[in-house]
Design a protein around this ligand. Structure first.
Ligand code: SF4
Length: 182
């Protein structure tokens, strides 16, 4: 396996440059890295389970309907995001449970736009049902945090076996519950 920095590999992959071992990180992977590394590993293996109800309960799934303002969906390589009419990137979650993973997902979108497409945007993290929203900007410190998380994601998905299960308050609403606790 190459010892090239995973951040460089991701950027080369995203720019469509030839690379021996492409490396991709989606917004969901960034979110799961901060929720549960075992869940990230399962996700990286494309283990598909009906996850409608669990993630809604846990408040980690993108809400496709709840938002008062118009937004457009944008696909750019590894990421798919929502753009508001005022130009900000919005990440909508049904609840403010697990705010840090949602914030990191949004920061990853801002990082990706800046580093892959040279587009600088601000973001807003919205919880319409709770009438809460938070402005999110990509600072130098947060850029470093995103890049360290990309390296951490690489370490997790490169493992041949999943990280061990560690019980969390939301495990019973996780799509992979049966793989951990049954
Ligand atoms: S059940 Fe808990 S430990 Fe297992 S993948 Fe889900 S969140 Fe992680």
């Amino acid at each position: 396996m190459t010892d090239t920095d995973p951040v460089i590999r991701l950027l080369e992959t995203a720019r469509g440059n030839p690379i021996d071992e492409p490396f991709r990180v989606t917004g969901v992977m960034m979110q799961y890295y901060h929720v549960c590394k075992r869940e990230l590993w399962f996700e990286s293996r494309n283990l598909e389970i009906d996850r409608e109800n669990p993630t809604v309960v846990r408040g980690t799934r993108v809400d496709d309907t709840a938002y008062g303002e118009k937004r457009r969906n944008l696909h750019l390589g590894m990421i798919a995001l929502d753009l508001l009419e005022d130009g900000r990137i919005v990440e909508v979650k049904p609840s403010s449970a697990l705010t840090e993973p949602a914030r990191m997902q949004l920061l990853y979108y801002l990082w990706y736009l800046e580093h892959v497409a040279e587009i600088q945007k601000d973001g807003v993290l919205a919880h319409p049902r709770e009438r809460k929203r938070e402005s999110v900007e990509l600072t130098d410190e947060r850029t470093e945090k995103v890049e360290n998380a990309i390296r951490g994601i690489h370490d997790v998905v490169a493992q041949e076996t999943p990280p061990s299960a560690k019980e969390k308050s939301f495990c019973d609403s996780c799509a992979y519950y049966d793989f951990c606790w049954c």
